[in-house]
Design a protein around this ligand. Structure first.
Ligand code: HEM
Length: 395
C-alpha cells in the first residue's frame, strides 16, 4: 500500500501518476493499467523521468509504427550505439538483430530470420502440442507452480528443439534472461558488465554443438548471414520464445480461470490466448528513437529522443476496443497490438500463440484445476508484464 501511495504521489483519488513518468519504478509494472488509463485521458504523450516520452493512445501508436522519424537503432548517445561495437558484446550483438536495426540493415536481417523461422515453423503444429501434453502428464496428481514447473520447462523444451540446442533449462534461462536486459535501460557499469558476461556465455552455449539438421540454427547458418550474426539471431528467437511464452501461459491461464463464466464452451483456444495477450500484454512498451526532429502531439522533439510505445495501453484503449476491460475472446485482430505492427512486427507470433494455446488445450484435456486462488504476481521487469514465481498452483 505504501508503494502504491508513493507511485500515485498521494493523489490516488484520481489515479494521477507522479509526472514525469518513472518507467524504472517497479510499482508501475505491478499494475500499469490505471496509469495507462490516466495518461491516455490526460497526457497521451508524457515525459519520462529518464528524458524520453511515452505514447499511450492506440491511434497514436498506430501512426508511430509508420512514422519514418521514429527508428529502432540505438541513439548515438547510447552505450549500444554503432560506434561502441568493438567495445562490448552487447553493442556488437544488438547491431546484428532486427529489433535494434533500421533500414537498410534491417531488411536483409529480417528477411533471413523470417525465412529461417518459417522453414522450421512449418511442422511445429505436429510436435508442440505433444510437448505440452507430456509436460502436463509429468505433473499429473501433483500440485505445481504455474511458471516454475509448467510453463518454463515447456517453453524451454519447445525452443531448445526449435532452435537446435540441448534441453538444458539452466543454460537456456541464463541466456534468455541475460538477453532481455538489452531491452531495459542500462543504469550502471556493474549491471552492464553482468549483461555482457551473460551474453558471452549465451554465445558460447549457442555455438557449442553443431546445429542439428532442420533446426533454426542450421537454417540461419545457411541463410547467408555472417556466422556471428546467425548465432545472435538464434539467441533473439530463443529469448523471445522462452521469456514471453512462460509468462504468457501463466497469465492466459490465470485470466481464463478468473473469467471462466464469460467464455462460451465452444470458444476456439487461439481466441482465448489472443484475448489474454491483449489484456495482459507481455511486452508493455517497445522503444523507438527519433531519427530526426519531429513534432508529436504538439511537442517538438529533437533527434535522438527515446519514445516508448505503450502497447499494453493501446490494447486497453476503449477507443479501439469496446468494453476494453472485459475478457471477450474473438475480437477483431485488426486492432490488436501485442505483436506490434509494420516493419518490425513480431516474426514468431504464430509460434507464440501455438505454444500458449497448446498448453491451455493440454490442461483443459487433463482437467487441471486450481488449488489456490492467489492473485497473479508479476515480476518487477522493466516494460514487461511477466508472471513471476508463485503464480498459482494447479493440480
Ligand atoms: C506471446 C509471445 C510474444 C509476444 C507478445 C511478442 C511481441 C513482440 C513485439 C511487440 C515485437 C515488435 C517489437 C517492435 O516493433 O520493436 C516483436 C518482435 C519480434 N519477435 Fe516477438 N513476441 C512473442 C513471441 C515471439 C516468438 C515465439 C518469437 C520467435 C520464435 C518471436 C520473435 C520475434 C522477432 C525475431 C522480433 C523482431 C522483429 C523485427 O524487429 O523486425 N517473438 N515481438
Amino acid at each position: 500500500m505504501k508503494k502504491w501511495r508513493s507511485w500515485f504521489g498521494g493523489s490516488a483519488r484520481n489515479n494521477a501518476p507522479r509526472l514525469p513518468v518513472d518507467l524504472a519504478d517497479a510499482g508501475l509494472w505491478a499494475d500499469p493499467a490505471p496509469v495507462w488509463a490516466w495518461l491516455r485521458d490526460h497526457q497521451p504523450l508524457a515525459e519520462t523521468a529518464s528524458g524520453g516520452y511515452v505514447l499511450t493512445r492506440h491511434a497514436d501508436i498506430l501512426d508511430a509504427f509508420t512514422n519514418p522519424a521514429l527508428g529502432n537503432q540505438p541513439s548515438r548517445f547510447s552505450v549500444l550505439a554503432a560506434r561502441n561495437r568493438d567495445k562490448s558484446t552487447a553493442a556488437a550483438l544488438t547491431a546484428h538483430i532486427p529489433p535494434f536495426q533500421d533500414k537498410p540493415e534491417h531488411v536483409p536481417t529480417r528477411q533471413a530470420v523470417s525465412a529461417a523461422f518459417h522453414q522450421v515453423f512449418r511442422d511445429a503444429a505436429d510436435w508442440v502440442p505433444n510437448l505440452a501434453q507430456d509436460r502436463v502428464a509429468a505433473l499429473r496428481g501433483q500440485s505445481f507452480d504455474l511458471v516454475r514447473d509448467l510453463a518454463q520447462p515447456f517453453a524451454c523444451s519447445v525452443m531448445a528443439r526449435f532452435v537446435g540446442l540441448p534441453d538444458d533449462r539452466q543454460a537456456i534461462k541464463h541466456a534468455t534472461q541475460g538477453f532481455f536486459h538489452l531491452f531495459a535501460p542500462i543504469t550502471d557499469r556493474a549491471q552492464f558488465d553482468a549483461t555482457n558476461a551473460a551474453l558471452d556465455q549465451a554465445r558460447s552455449f549457442l555455438s557449442a554443438t553443431p546445429p542439428p539438421p532442420g533446426s533454426l540454427l542450421a537454417a540461419l547458418t545457411e541463410s547467408g548471414l555472417p556466422p556471428q550474426a546467425a548465432l545472435d539471431n538464434a539467441l533473439l528467437v530463443l529469448a523471445d520464445g522462452v521469456e514471453n511464452i512462460e509468462a504468457g501461459i501463466a497469465t492466459a491461464l490465470d485470466l481464463t480461470l478468473t473469467h471462466a463464466g464469460d467464455i462460451p464452451p465452444d470458444t476456439p483456444i487461439d481466441a482465448i490466448t489472443e484475448e489474454a495477450l491483449r489484456l495482459a500484454t507481455p511486452g508493455q512498451i517497445i522503444p523507438r528513437v527519433t531519427r530526426a526532429p519531429v513534432r508529436l502531439h504538439g511537442i517538438d522533439l529533437g533527434e535522438g529522443v527515446p519514445v516508448f510505445l505503450a502497447l499494453g495501453s493501446a490494447n486497453l484503449d476503449p477507443a479501439a476496443h469496446p468494453e476494453a476491460d472485459r475478457f471477450k475472446p474473438g475480437r477483431s485482430g485488426e486492432t490488436l497490438l501485442m505483436f506490434g505492427r509494420g516493419r518490425h512486427r513480431c516474426i514468431g507470433a504464430q509460434l507464440g500463440v501455438l505454444q500458449i494455446s497448446s498448453m491451455l488445450g493440454a490442461l483443459r484435456t487433463a482437467g487441471a484445476v486450481r488449488t489456490n486462488a492467489a492473485p497473479l504476481v508479476c515480476q518487477a521487469r522493466f516494460g514487461h508484464r511477466w508472471a513471476g514465481r508463485n503464480a498459482g498452483c494447479l493440480t
